[in-house]
Ligand binder design. Structure first.
Ligand SMILES: CC(C)(COP(=O)(O)OP(=O)(O)OC[C@H]1O[C@@H](n2cnc3c(N)ncnc32)[C@H](O)[C@@H]1OP(=O)(O)O)[C@@H](O)C(=O)NCCC(=O)NCCS
Length: 182
């Protein structure tokens, strides 16, 4: 399944993406921003990719820039088909691609797919309170903060926001963007 956003393209992850995924998983800057780890060796990453193919609880995509370069990955994880909900995670691995709207476009594109084609009712995510860029990106899509928790990460207490998106939140955000553009 290939999903076309306004700027980015989402396609299934492939074996040749593994070196980039492992590089990002070992980058201290990325590790500090992500709430939870990715496989950080090529062997682990390959094994993880293989199990993804048969998993009903995960949908994982590579994010391609407008010039078709691999710039990150995005997933729906912990899909619960009985409660129609899933957790979204995204990582644009190369900081040169931050702040150009690609994250907002990727999250919007995957959210439409989740609601329209997977028929989910809720997408949630967790984000560190100090990750202002990510929070702003999620707010632009329509996510709203519904709770918080404190997690001890390598000896430091960090605040985590829980954010939620419903089809109505996404549609409302889209109408605002269209109204502003038009
Ligand atoms: C978080 C992430 C997906 C966002 O994608 P992105 O393409 O950088 O985000 P966008 O350009 O779509 O939107 C970012 C918004 O934050 C704003 N922003 C950028 N830096 C900011 C900062 N330090 N503080 C507040 N806002 C900031 C931008 O101006 C933009 O808002 P605007 O369009 O109103 O001007 C991406 O930066 C990323 O993957 N970062 C590394 C990993 C990560 O943090 N993942 C999320 C873990 S929960």
């Amino acid at each position: 399944m290939i999903l076309a956003g306004a700027m980015v393209t989402l396609r299934p992850l492939q074996r040749e993406d593994v070196p980039a995924l492992v590089r990002w998983a070992n980058d201290p800057l990325i590790v500090d921003l992500m709430d939870g780890g990715y496989p950080d060796t090529e062997a682990e990453c390959l094994a993880w990719l293989e199990q993804l193919e048969s998993s009903r609880q995960e949908k994982h995509f590579a994010i391609l820039s407008p010039d078709r370069k691999l710039i990150g990955d995005i997933e729906l994880d912990h899909i619960c088909w009985r409660r129609f909900e899933a957790e979204l995670r995204i990582c644009i691995g190369d900081p040169a691609y931050w702040g150009h709207g690609f994250g907002t476009d990727a999250v919007t594109t995957l959210s439409w797919y989740a609601f329209k084609h997977l028929h989910l009712h809720t997408i949630f995510l967790r984000v560190y309170r100090d990750n202002s860029r990510a929070i702003r990106c999620y707010q632009k899509v329509g996510f709203r903060s519904v709770g918080r928790l404190v997690r001890n990460v390598r000896g430091v207490d960090r605040e985590v926001y829980l954010m939620l998106l419903t089809p109505a939140d996404l549609a409302a955000r889209r109408s605002i963007s269209l109204a502003l553009a038009g």
